[in-house]
Every structure is written in C-alpha cells, then in structure tokens.
Design a protein around this ligand. Structure first.
Ligand code: GLA
Length: 733
C-alpha cells in the first residue's frame, strides 16, 4: 500500500509489517523520515525537526547550505551543499559538476514495471511510487522508483536519470538508493572472503566515519558481497532490528554506510563510481540497477526468511525453480583437463548404476588444445582428440547410460592461443595498446562490440542445437582490468564495465529464450558472481570451489543468510580435499552437500567399493529431503564459525509438518555429554517424531532435542522430524 498525504507532503509505503516514509520540505526538498516497524500515523513530518536550526531555505535562505548539509536527503546529490556521500553527479559540457534535484511530481500505480536491460524483481502483489526530481538549470531529471510488496516485507528501489537538456551530460555517478537511519549504536554485518572462502559472515561495530563495501573487479568478486545489514545492538537470530540492502547487479558496486555529524547514518548502494561514466545525449536515459531493502524486527531469521521467499517468489524465473535439479556428477576435480570420452563414459556408466542423473563435462572439451588453462578459450568447437565421436554422439552415449548431459563454457574470455584471438585481436579489452594483464592466462572479450557478443551468443547456441544438452555451467574466471575498448569512442570508455554486464545479461536472456528448459548454473572461479542479478537468469549458482565440508559450513552459512538453499550448487568432493588437504568421512561430505543442489565431483570409478555402495542410499535420502531443502524455511541454529566446535542447521516445511536437522560435529571433545539443541520454527502445539520418539513442538523449541554424543571429528548426522498423528506417553496437561 502506498499513500500520499498532500497536506503535509508525506509519502508512506507499507508492507505487511513495515512502513517507509518520506516527506517534502518547502514542497521541494525530498527527505527520508522513517523506515521500520509498521506505523499507524501518516504525518511524520515532525521528524524533520522543522523548528530547529538550520531552518528550511524558505525561512532562512542565508543558511540554505547548513540546511542541505544536514537534511536527510532521500536521493543526495553532490556539489550543491551536501558534503556527505552522494548518489548522483554529472559533468556538463562546460566541464562543471553539481546537481540540485527538487521534487517535481509523482505517480502511484499498481504492480511493477521491468527495468530495461537489467534483471529486476517482479510480482503482482505490489504497488509502485515514482517520484520525479529535477534540476531545472540543467534540465536533468531523476525518477526514483519504489515498489512496496504486499505479500512480503520488501521495498525495492531504483533510479532513472534523463537528460532533457540540449547539450550532452556525462553521468559520473549513478547510485541506486540511499537510506537515512538514526545512529543507534548499530553494528554492521557483511559477507567477506576470498577465493575458496566466499561470503563468510563478519560483524562489527560501525566505526568512525563508517564502512565501505565495494568491488571494482567488473563483478562482485570473492572479497566483498553487494549486501549489508545494519543491526541494533544485541541482535541475534531471533531478536533485534535488522535493516538490509542487497544489490540486483553482477558488476562493480559500492555500498557505504556513513555516519554524519548529526547522529544520522547514510547508507548508499549502487554501481561503483570508479572508472564509471555514461554519456547522455539529449533525451537519453540511464537506468540504475535495483536495490532490495528489507527490515526485520525479529532478528536475522526474519531477514533471511524474507530474502529467501522474496527471491523464490519474485526474482528467479527459471522453470527449474520448484523442481528437483538432476543429481549430477561433474568431472572437474575428478580429472581436471586430463580426460577423453572413454574416461568420461566410464564415469557415466558407474554414475548411472549408482543412481546419479546427469554428467557435466567441465573445462577442457573444446578448442585445439585445452589441456591447460593456457589456450582455446573462445574456440567453442569440440576437441576431436578428446571427444573423437563428436558432441552429439558423445551426448547420445551419456544418455544411453540413463544420464542427462551438461557442458561447461567460459564465454566472456579469450586465450591468446586461440583461433578467435588470431582472427580478431581487436576484440579484447586493452588500454594504451599494451598487452592486457593476463589472469589464468586469459584476456577479457570486449562485450561493447556487437560482433563479439553476436559471435559468442551464436557459438553457444550452435553447440546447444547440435546435441542434447540439458545443463550449462557458465563460468567466468578472472576480474576485468585494462578497461579500454577499440569499439567505443573516447568519451564512452567509462561505460565498459557496465556495458559488459548488460551484454552478459543480454546473452543469457537470449539463450534462455531459445532454450527455455535449459538448466543454467552460473559460476565465477567458484562463487565470485553469486548475486541476485545472476539469479534472475539461473536458478542456481556454483557457490565455491571449496567443497571441503568443514569449510563449506561457513560458506553456506553466509550464502544462505540471504539466498535460498535451492540456489546453491553443492558437490561431494574427494578426500583428502584438493584445496585443504583435509580428510573427511564420505558420509559427512554427502550430508553437508545436501544443503543445496546435490551432486558429486570425484572419480566414481576410483572410489572404494564400500563408498560407492553408499551412493544409492545418499541419493535416496537427498530425494526425500530435497523438497524441504528447496522450499522450506531455513534456520541456522548453531554456528561453527562462532563456537569452533559444531554446526547445526534446520529446515522446516512451510506448513510445519516436517523438518530436517543437520548436526555437524567438527571437533570432538573429551568428557562431554549429549548436546542439547533447541529447535526453531516448529508448531508449539504439534507433536513431532524424531528417531521413534515423540515430542511436542514447544518441548523441542524450549527444552530441546538431545544429539547423543558422537565420537570423532568431522562427523555429521541428519535427523528427520515429522509431525506425528497421536500424542505419545506424555500427553499435554
Ligand atoms: C572454475 C570453476 C570450477 C571449474 C574450473 C574449470 O574455477 O569454479 O568449478 O569449472 O573453473 O576451469
């Protein structure tokens, strides 16, 4: 529900449990008033403290600068008196900067319109408010767009900039949203990491001037994630206030939480201004990507459940969303580049016998000599030395073993040792005619050039048309640098990173139009591009190259704080693990991998017989719990990251009739007794059965369930929790 109180100039957006309010001062300065728990009153304009100095410019024009300097601007600009972080700036034809954006008009409508060229959330249960702000001197307009959902506590925001003047302007900053909050001693929670250590939760007090979360790698990257949550002191899983922002975008980002001198926090999020500019000719516009905002008054669980439901219901479009994905075997860590069709068919045969449902042929199948990461990227034709029968016949043979077939691509890159590069050396990003800096011995294709995008789209489509291929893993194994395009003009070079992301979206969108049932899994050196933008195209993303189950606990914990388990690619690795060298029981590796889209990434033909025999049972168990894992409510009950001993996850069905609990004992302790686990999210009045014993929901949630002592490190146990029809020997008094 969205309303406008004309008398007081106040806008109010309501979701089921939250309100978001803005107001106009002097009828033209748009400021933020409130975001939080749902309110009864509409007129919150008193929160602007209208009688305190600095007074509004209409009352004290001489101190307009002081007013602007502390006003909680809803969409702050720079160069005209606000010295805090701004959302938008331009450089005019005269080379000057600065914008004064004043309220001009607004409209409210039912539903939500898609964003041109960008992924965006969708749904019918929502209303949208568009507020037009304008700099009259420059004829420059910004349309702020807010959508309030009526079935979930989410508000989405975006901004569109239009140059209505006759001369061009260079947009030098185009962030998507800003939010003002009172500085209540907040903590900030972010997801940080590195390759193979993605999205670890970090929590700290907001220090000094604030916190910056950013990426200038051309993708979100492994190091920081385009997300943050501000937490009131004492917030935990079940209590406290949480304000979160997540960016629906797959490129450079800046998120900044800044403390000002008046006890206010300003949080902004958008495309990173570094190396960014966008030339707008007369009547041209720029669409900023979307930001998802949520507020929870019941701790982190509230935030997590909102994000999970929101992304499942309003972002992911794939027809696979509510289907169990085929249990796959991927040959990467089984063979790396060293394989041929005989080797893969022997894996497929054993996999088929064990009940595995799909073979994914990873890196190495294409080009003249992809035996190392040194060549052939860009040459998307099958390597006849490795796969002599060709792709169609090979895929037929895999299908004859009863498996579906999937293929790896890395479409955004090119090896210098490739036919593509030899034919088109100008299709590569480079500056100053320098040899581009190589990472993994590969360079980045210039996706600003239409022929490059056309070639890549058509190369992939051709392969997909040539054989039965049900799954595609789209990888991206390096960050972007040497940002120079031989195709773009001198004053458009600042557009390269964003144009790259737009082209990526266009290609994936086009391929999915032609192959709507294709199961697409995005990937970037593990999980460097795990973001809502990619989820708009692929229902699942490879979460990390680190499959060591103990390390995965922390990676899954951070990832599942925002993203549903149904989006997480999760495979059973070999032991010892190739990255950590850690040896873990096969059973533990399988159970931990069940917190996502389950698969195997090992050479099944070399697995000890007793382990191979365990696979059919693991698959049967996964099939049983998969609907719950895909659709249920996720609770992280105990964190190994915090306690350094054990981890516990619970997933409860929406109707609360079923749940599963995964207990992982990372380290064994001496002289301890059973561990009491207080379950969450059950129905207090229902009776549940666990391992043949019955308990009331309130007993399990308050007194707890006992996980009996397990001896040994790296052990895992999965408990199935099922509503029981009748009450056991302990009837409710
Ligand atoms: C990346 C991916 C891996 C694998 C390799 C292949 O690192 O994350 O899963 O596909 O590339 O080169």
């Amino acid at each position: 529900m969205i309303a406008y109180d004309e008398q007081h100039g106040v806008f109010r957006l309501d979701t089921p449990h939250t309100s978001y309010c803005m107001g106009l001062v002097d009828g033209k300065y748009l400021g933020h008033l409130y975001y939080g728990k749902k309110l009864s009153d509409m007129d919150l304009s008193y929160l602007f403290c209208p009688n305190d100095a600095p007074l509004p410019p209409s009352a004290d024009p001489a101190e307009k600068g002081s007013f602007i300097g502390c006003f909680p601007a809803e969409y702050p600009t720079s160069g005209t008196g606000d010295f805090r972080e701004s959302c938008v700036d331009v450089r005019t034809q005269k080379g000057q900067n600065g914008l004064e954006l004043l309220y001009q008009s607004h409209r409210i409508y039912q539903g939500k319109e898609p964003l041109t060229g960008l992924p965006s959330t969708f749904g019918k249960n929502c209303d949208t408010l568009e507020i037009t702000l304008r700099d009259a001197g420059l004829s420059f307009t910004v349309i702020l767009s807010y959508t309030a959902f009526t079935d979930t506590d989410v508000i989405t925001r975006t901004a569109r900039m239009v140059n209505e003047g006759t001369s061009f302007v260079m947009l030098t900053r185009a962030l998507s949203a800003s939010l003002t909050l009172p500085d209540d001693g907040m903590e900030i929670l972010t997801l940080n990491g590195a390759w193979a250590r993605e999205r670890h939760i970090e929590r700290q007090k907001l220090s000094g001037a604030g916190t910056v979360i950013e990426s200038v790698r051309g993708e979100p990257g492994h190091v920081m994630h385009p997300f943050f949550a501000l937490l009131t002191p004492g917030t935990d899983q079940t209590k406290g206030e949480v304000y979160a922002m997540n960016f629906v975008y797959s490129g450079n980002f800046l998120a900044k939480v800044q403390r000002d001198q008046y006890g206010q926090l300003r949080a902004v999020m958008g495309i990173h201004p570094q190396n960014f500019s966008w030339k707008l000719l007369q009547n041209e516009s720029f669409q900023a990507p979307e930001v998802v905002l949520t507020y929870s008054s019941c701790g982190l669980n509230g935030m997590t459940h909102t994000f999970h439901d929101f992304y499942r219901n309003h972002l992911i479009r794939s027809p696979w969303l509510h289907k169990r994905r085929p249990i796959l075997i991927n040959n990467w860590e089984a063979t790396y580049f060293d394989y041929n069709s005989d080797k893969l068919l022997s894996i497929a045969k054993e996999a088929g016998k064990a009940g595995i449902e799909m073979l994914v042929m990873d890196d190495g199948w294409f080009g003249a000599h992809r035996d190392a990461p040194t060549g052939s990227l860009g040459d998307w034709v099958v390597n006849k030395r490795k796969i002599p029968e060709g792709l169609k016949s090979f895929s037929d043979k895999v299908h004859a073993e009863g498996l579906k077939f999937g293929l790896w691509f890395e479409p955004e890159m090119v090896s210098f040792d490739s036919d593509l590069y030899r034919a088109h050396p100008d299709w590569v990003l480079r500056t100053a005619d320098r040899r581009p800096v190589m990472i993994r011995d590969q360079a980045v294709l210039d996706f600003c050039r239409p022929e490059t995008v056309e070639y890549i789209t058509e190369s992939i489509a051709k392969i997909l048309r040539s054989a039965k291929i049900e799954y595609l893993k789209w990888d991206m194994n390096r960050s972007l640098c040497d940002l120079g395009s031989a195709y773009l003009s001198q004053d458009q070079q600042g557009e390269i990173s964003h144009r790259h992301v737009l082209a990526l979206y266009r290609i994936q969108g086009k391929l999915l139009e032609e192959f709507p049932d294709l199961l697409l899994e995005n990937c970037s050196s593990g999980g460097a591009r795990f973001d809502p933008g990619m989820l708009y195209f692929s229902p699942q993303i490879w979460c990390s190259d680190n499959m060591d189950p103990m390390e995965r606990l922390m990676i899954t914990e951070g990832t599942a704080l925002i993203y549903p388990l149904s989006t997480i690619g999760s495979h059973v690795c070999k032991s010892p693990n190739d990255i950590t060298g850690r040896e873990t029981p096969f059973e533990t590796r399988a159970l931990v991998s069940m917190l996502g889209n389950f698969g195997y990434e090992l050479d099944i033909t070399r697995l000890p017989e007793e382990e191979r025999k365990m696979i059919p049972c693991q698959i049967a168990l996964y099939k049983k719990v998969a609907p719950l894992i895909r659709e249920g409510d996720y609770y992280h009950i105990a964190s190994f990251r915090e306690n350094h001993i054990y981890d516990c996850t619970e997933i409860v069905s929406k109707d609360k009739t079923k749940a599963v609990m995964l207990f992982v004992q990372v380290l064994s302790e001496a002289n301890v007794r059973g561990r009491i686990i207080r379950l969450q999210g059950l129905d207090a009045d229902k009776v549940y059965e666990i391992e043949g014993r019955r308990y009331h929901g309130d007993t399990l949630m308050n007194a707890g369930f006992v996980v009996e002592r397990i001896k040994g490190d790296f052990r895992a146990k999965l408990f199935e929790i099922q509503e029981s029809d009748s009450v056991s020997s302990s009837p409710r008094p």
